[in-house]
Design a protein around this ligand. Structure first.
Ligand code: UDP
Length: 237
C-alpha cells in the first residue's frame, strides 16, 4: 500500500529523547525517514508539538499564569520546533517549508490551505506549526484538522514507549493488551489514549486513517508506507 499524501505527527517529547531540548540523532533519523518516504512519491506534511519546551496547562498549574497565556507560549514552542525542523531538513537535502497557523510573518508564512497544498505538490515537506492557532487545543487536534483540510489519507502517529494502542495504560496495568486494528467509535467509547478526544471526534466520520507506531524507531513510518503491518491501524469502520 502506498499513500499519496500522509501527515506525520511528531510530539515535542519525541524530539528531545530525554536529554537536551533537541537530540541530533532523532533529527537525522526523522530526516532520513522522510527522505525515504518522499522517494516513494508520497507527499508529506508534518505537525509538530511543543511539549519539549512548553505545555500551557503545565505552566499555568505551576506558575500564576492563566492558561490562555500558557497556551500561547505552547503555540510559540511549536513554532520554535517547526523552525528547527525546517532548517535542519533544508540543510540536509530535504526541501521543506514551515507555516504558522497564526500570523508571525517576520518568521514564518501564515498557513493557508492553498499555500500548503501548493508546497506539497512542489514536493516539499510541509511543516505545520501553531496547532489550530487557538488556546485550549493541542497539536493532536491541529493534526486532525489539517488532515481533513489537506485531504491527507493517513496520519502517522509516533508514540513513545508503546508499539501502538493498548487497551489499558501499560504503565499501570501489566496485563495491558496491544490492539492491532480498531475503529474511531471504539476508541471514543473505551476512552483509549491515542490522540486527544477532540481530534478523534473530528476524524470519526472521515476517511482519514491513523497508524500508531513506536516512535523509538522512526523508520517504522517508512515501513508502514511500504505496506508493513506495523503498530495499530485506526479506521472509520
Ligand atoms: N497549543 C494550543 N493550541 C493548539 C496547539 C497547541 O494552545 O492548537 C499549546 C498548548 O499549550 C499545548 C502546547 O501548545 O500544551 C504544545 O502542544 P502539544 O501539547 O500538543 O505538544 P506535544 O504534546 O505534541 O509536544
Amino acid at each position: 500500500m502506498s499513500y499519496k499524501r500522509i501527515l506525520l505527527k511528531i510530539s515535542g517529547e519525541a524530539l528531545y529523547n530525554g536529554g537536551e531540548k533537541y537530540d541530533e540523532k532523532v533529527f537525522i533519523d526523522i530526516c532520513n525517514t522522510l527522505k525515504n518516504i518522499r522517494k516513494e512519491n508520497t507527499e508529506v506534511a508534518v505537525v509538530c508539538g511543543g511539549g519539549n519546551i512548553f505545555r500551557g496547562k503545565e505552566i499555568s498549574s505551576t506558575f500564576q499564569i492563566e492558561q490562555t497565556t500558557g497556551d500561547y507560549m505552547g503555540m510559540l514552542a511549536t513554532v520554535m520546533n517547526g523552525l528547527a525542523l525546517q532548517s535542519f531538513f533544508n540543510s540536509h537535502g530535504l526541501p521543506s517549508v514551515a507555516y504558522s497557523s497564526f500570523p508571525i510573518t517576520n518568521i514564518l508564512d501564515h498557513y493557508t490551505k492553498r499555500s500548503a497544498l501548493s508546497s506539497l505538490k512542489e514536493g516539499k515537506v510541509v511543516i505545520l506549526t501553531g496547532g489550530v492557532g487557538s488556546p485550549f487545543f493541542t497539536t493532536d487536534t491541529g493534526a486532525a484538522l489539517r488532515a481533513l483540510e489537506l485531504d491527507i489519507e493517513c496520519i502517522l502517529m509516533g508514540k513513545n514507549g508503546v508499539e501502538g494502542v493498548m487497551d489499558k495504560d501499560p504503565r499501570v496495568n501489566k496485563d495491558a493488551k496491544f490492539i492491532k486494528k480498531i475503529t474511531y467509535h471504539q476508541v471514543l467509547k473505551d476512552d483509549l489514549k491515542v490522540m486527544d478526544m477532540t481530534a478523534i471526534s473530528l476524524l470519526k466520520d472521515s476517511s482519514v486513517e491513523i497508524r500508531v507506531f513506536n516512535m523509538k524507531d522512526i523508520s517504522n513510518a517508512y515501513s508502514i508506507i511500504k505496506g508493513e503491518d506495523i503498530g495499530t491501524h485506526i479506521v472509520n469502520n
